[in-house]
Design a protein around this ligand. Sequence first.
Ligand code: SAT
Ligand code: MN
Length: 579
Amino acid sequence: MNRTSVAEKWVDGTAGMTRPSNVVWCDGSKAEYERLIEEMLRDGTLLPVNTHTYPGCYLHRSHPSDVARTEQLTFICTREKDDAGPTNNWMAPAEAKAKAGEYFKGAMRGRTMYVIPYLMGPAGSTMSRTGIMVTDSAYVVASMHIMARVGDVAIKAMRRDDDFIAGVHSLGDLSPDRRLILHFPEEKLIWSVGSGYGGNALLGKKCHALRLGSWQARQEGWLAEHMLIIGVEDPQGEVTYLAAAMPSASGKTNLAMAVSSLPGWRVWTVGDDIAWIHVDATGQLRAINPERGFFGVAPNTSPRTNPNATAMVKSNTIFTNVALTPSGEPWWEGLTPEPPAGLVDWQGQPWKPGTPAAHPNSRFTVLAQQCPSIAPNWEEPQGVPISAFIFGSRRSKVIPLVFEAFDWGHGVFLGSAMSTETTAAITGQVGVVRRDPMAMLPFCGYNMADYFGHWLAIGSRASKAPRIFRVNWFRRGDDGKFLWPGYGDNVRVLKWIVERIRGGGRAQETPIGWIPAPDGLDTDGLALSRAQIAEALKVDRGEWRQALGELGDFYGQFGARLPQPIAATLAETQRKLRA
Ligand code: SAT
Ligand code: MN
């Protein structure tokens, strides 16, 4: 491998701080992956599962206090506090380095430091970007093999000697009191210590592809988004590409792999979590999936909710914090209607009914190519052309099943106005409503007011700006039950979206956007009354007036930095709702 001198020097310096007993440069080969697996099976980091029914699969049990992203320990460390903005935790770079430096000092003593050159995005794409991370966790190396393109492919893609995001990761002592996830966008640097959990430790994913990625994207004029990418094929075989932003653990992977309940319609998976989107020379927006695999939530993944994912994790998958059946098969809540007898829970104890068997944020890590619905062109260097963006969140009230923005600016406003009910993907309380603009609240590496402005600017560079839609699969009726069946039936909503893009799709105008007309959605074969569908699509003016009041408070914290068109669209919507 032809390592650059800048990289060598940086690795030496990092070893000087962390003091590993040896340093290993990773080549990303199959042999290397297998060596790591062997080593982890020997030291207990991985446990075997039933190799007859789950060939090539393993189980990792994490430390019980290290099971999700820890946002309160995640910081953007810019020189100016205002550049991180009011929605990010901020720490001055020098203070952050002094603090974490204490935890890193000698942290790798007696351990191996792995150096992982990685490429985010397909080989040969001008949209792809490179990173080099070091870690003392073999689990992180094996996971990075699955989630990114590792080795020579990355070194070759570097455009200059210093063309990489540098990431330092150590498990430290796994204590939440000595855990920090630090981002230095001005130095293209990430420091993460004290956690082995995916979003905290696989630095290519949230830390690079979203937090530093979004910073880089703003500088270079593109978008780094928390979005799935799909191709929706109609019965004539025409494919329309969409990108959808949704908060963690809110059905993004399920939608990315949906099996259509409508005959003739089909969903092709390009990505399930992150999209990098550029405006091409003709003004068309094109997206790549920077990742190579899926790090998906296991609970509630089943042959009914996501048959493709259920099939794809039957081999060559690393499971984290799921339960085991007596025959050594992975199990999680929702996989089968009833829990099998004799389960061992995610911590290795006999399962007690009434407690979670699998951790609610237990995960599978698997190569994208294992997915039965993976799009044949998912790794094409030029990406796929995006015809529409979808913003989706988890709200039991207020937000209709689907509606369409009036135009790009209005759509950016709708994205900025998003809020959602929290899930187990972050530590803290589950089910509380919080703001989550474009599902990027935890992932935007700079001031979100500037981020809204950047979105507005991208629209004006597009020759034909993609349409923007808002969806909510999670609205409930007065009886507390979901109003919409979801999963494969969400393709009915995608069908309406595709029709709208093509100039059809019956719709009616409301103060918040275009809602499907009573007969606009294809509900053929669904056991839903017209009244139920109307309830799912209803715009409740009272609820909206209140919600927009709260939105005004949220915007207030950005002060003069909030783009004027966003404030104007809020005022305009409030005026319409009063009329
Ligand atoms: O937990 S991760 O950040 O890796 C995945 C997610 O929450 O979207
Ligand atoms: Mn995510």
